[in-house]
Design a protein. Sequence first.
Length: 113
Amino acid sequence: MPFIDVKTSVKADEAKKQAIENKLTESISLLPGKTSNYFMCAVEDGVSMMFHGDKENTAFVEVKIFGKSTRAAYEKLTERICEIMDEELGVDPAYCYVKFEEVENWGFNNFMF
């Protein structure tokens, strides 16, 4: 039940958004036990954002997972997410924050995991 929410200052066309979604879908397996089977993602572009006092291309990416993972796995996924933001949007990794949240209670399809 991973969910990745991307907010970026960069305007992206549908092809770019689809490329980001596809790459994030492939990348979620960097977290042990997580697969694309229940993966959900959203990409919000053109968000008014400021970082380091300027309006450079920026991205804020939130990763929510059911349960827990390891710091090493989070580091690998952070690296991959930053690569994707750079490849697809031109966001320098120094302008990309990645936040992880471990969720204890997660509902789906009329029940709780």
